[in-house]
Design a protein around this ligand. Structure first.
Ligand code: NAP
Length: 558
């Protein structure tokens, strides 16, 4: 607790003062209570910012990006995925002056997760100012959490700015990737092959929807859709809707659907904790103000970075004092449910943050409406008319929404990566996915991964993760170019040391406290970054230890 800082805030009677006068990053990192108060009282902050308009700077027009010219053409690079990771990598190559790359994307547009997820209320639960690349900031966010469409617009602008669109090949499905004679051969489902020196998977971890195999699902007479495969043509007005799952997606869907439907039945297997995160809409005045004051956007970015990376991050990585704030906030949120029976149903059996913490707004309110119901009896089967639960009751439905998450541990397994004459990546990962420094796998030359195993994908911004991983990969590529080494590979012993360290830290996390969560793989092993996001950032920003990578004079066999 930072008493001096709190006194300062209380004394000034104006959190806006705190904004300017206190060390915001330090507060965010060390005092989650005060930091949250500052976030919560956005109005005070807004008034202060507007009052400061007299000091407005004139923001220079965003500079046009001109890729630097380089003597070397660099390696021929194939990136798979035009989501946040793929665009980050493309920009990384472009900013370094390498233009010889292709981005293969299975969808018709860019954005990855943000292209596919179009359910009502889809938004990011990381603050807007943080959910962007540090080197291409948006000043126009309309509220505290960016909506899916807003993020798509941001990414489209990003791709356009760095001239990435010409590099993207849409509707391109990869069947397999084989390293042969020192080159990667990417086999596409139309039978064609694309070759390159370097292969980069930017598939991420939220790209394979989990549709549970519930008995009788195919017999359902109504409309059924997964949250990531939304049918925007379906009109929910007046419909009896079933919602399976209560993770981050469901918590966004329910409040945004409740007004339309005639009934909403939530089928809940395990109640989850929800951290109250009100969605503040920013006034036009404020947005305009921030356009004039890029320095304030930088401060907001640093503030939220410190909060997520240090304040929140410490709680996740096992710091009991930091955790207490989140526990109390979630408990108070739950206590806001008036009906005791409903509150009991929604009381999670697991410790706060054992599952990925949900940041939500309006979920409990939606479930307290008269036409909402929470069903905790197990689903027995789906029938033509609805869902029958274990107590024998048929819940009649017109539409069924599967907010049942993703096969998060697939990573890039569906790319069927292999080295000719060697094992496949899927074989190597058969007892768990492992990486070297989060971005390579020993035995697979010139193959890099963004958003793969041991990335800090908890509640930190994916943009930030992608940015630092891109920089890290770029340093290895640059080193290979400067050494004229056609191939680089992770040293197996160094990878083992890295994995051992990750696993040792994993034992301190809240995720191994007994609940089922998607941070554990099918073998019960944590395979995301098990320390604070700050550790992750520091680790990635320190850059690779080049002794842990073998730069080869000749392309490896294969
Ligand atoms: P999720 O968090 O994995 O939740 C899936 C839900 O479906 C859980 O409640 C789960 O219950 C339930 N479920 C799964 N299979 C079931 C079955 N056979 N029968 C009954 N219930 C079943 O999925 P999600 O909500 O789509 O979120 C996934 C991830 O996407 C998030 O953790 C987050 O990383 C990302 N996401 C982010 C945002 C954002 O704002 N940044 C928004 C949405 C999603 P159990 O708990 O019992 O397994």
């Amino acid at each position: 607790m930072d008493d001096m800082a709190r006194d300062g805030v209380a004394g000034a009677g104006d959190l806006g003062e705190a904004w300017f006068d206190l060390e915001l990053e330090r507060i965010a990192a060390t005092d989650p209570v005060l930091a949250h108060e500052i976030m919560r009282r956005q109005d005070d902050l807004e008034k202060k910012i507007i009052a400061a308009s007299a000091e407005a700077q004139t923001m220079s027009e965003p500079e046009e990006f001109v890729a630097p010219d380089r003597a070397e053409s660099g390696p021929e690079v194939i990136i798979i995925g035009a989501g946040v990771g793929g665009l980050s990598m493309g920009a990384g190559l472009k900013r370094a002056g390498f233009k010889n790359f292709k981005i293969l994307e299975k969808a018709k547009g860019i954005g990855g997760t943000w292209y596919h997820n179009r359910y009502p209320g889809v938004a990011c639960d990381v603050n807007s100012y943080l959910y962007q690349f540090s080197f291409r900031k948006n000043y126009d966010w309309s509220g505290s959490f960016p909506s899916g469409p807003e993020i798509r617009t941001y990414l489209e602008d990003f791709a356009d700015h760095f001239g990435l669109l010409d590099h993207i090949q849409f509707e391109t499905h990869v069947d397999s990737c084989v390293y042969r004679s020192g080159r990667w051969h990417v086999n596409l489902s139309d039978g064609s092959v694309i070759e390159g020196d370097v292969l980069i998977s930017a598939c991420g971890f939220l790209h394979v929807p989990n549709v549970p195999s519930i008995k009788g699902l195919e017999d359902f007479g109504g409309v059924c859709m997964h949250s990531a495969e939304w049918d925007s043509t379906y009109d929910f007005k007046g419909k009896r809707v079933g919602l399976i799952g209560n993770g981050s997606s469901s918590v966004q869907i329910a409040p945004n659907l409740i007004d339309d439907v005639s009934s909403l039945t939530l089928f809940q297997r395990t109640a989850q904790w929800i951290f109250p995160a009100p969605k503040n809409q920013y006034s036009e005045q404020r947005v305009e103000m921030l356009r004039q004051r890029p320095d304030l956007v930088d401060r907001l970015y640093d503030f939220y970075m410190a909060w997520y990376a240090d304040g929140f991050g410490r709680a996740v990585a096992g710091d009991d004092e930091a955790k207490q704030f989140f526990i109390e906030a979630c408990e108070q949120n739950l206590a806001s449910i008036e009906d005791e029976g409903l509150r009991e149903k929604l009381t999670p059996p697991d410790p706060v943050m054992c599952k990925r913490l949900i940041f939500g707004d309006g979920f409990y309110q939606a479930l307290q409406r008269d036409h909402a119901d929470v069903v905790v009896e197990a689903i027995e089967q789906v029938e033509e008319g609805g869902i029958r639960t274990a107590d024998g009751k048929l819940h009649e439905l017109d539409a069924l929404i599967m907010a049942t998450g993703f096969h998060t541990h697939v990573y890039c397994r569906n790319l069927n990566v292999s080295v000719e004459g060697g094992p496949s990546l899927n074989d190597v990962w058969s007892s768990g996915a492992e990486t070297m420094d989060t971005i390579m796998v020993a035995g697979f030359p010139n193959f890099f991964i963004l958003g793969g195993p041991y990335t800090t994908i908890g509640n930190l911004s994916t943009m930030t993760c992608s940015e630092v991983q891109t920089d890290y990969i770029m340093q290895i590529i640059e080193e290979a170019v400067s050494r004229s080494a056609p191939a680089v590979e992770a040293v197996p012993e160094a990878q083992q040391d890295f994995v051992d360290e990750m696993q040792a830290h994993a034992q301190n996390t809240v995720w191994v406290r007994g609940c089922s969560n998607w941070y554990l793989d099918e073998h019960g092993k944590v395979d995301i970054w098990p320390r604070t996001p700050r550790h992750f950032l520091d680790f990635m920003k320190a850059g690779p230890n080049l002794d842990h990578y073998e730069f080869k004079e000749h392309a490896a066999a294969g």
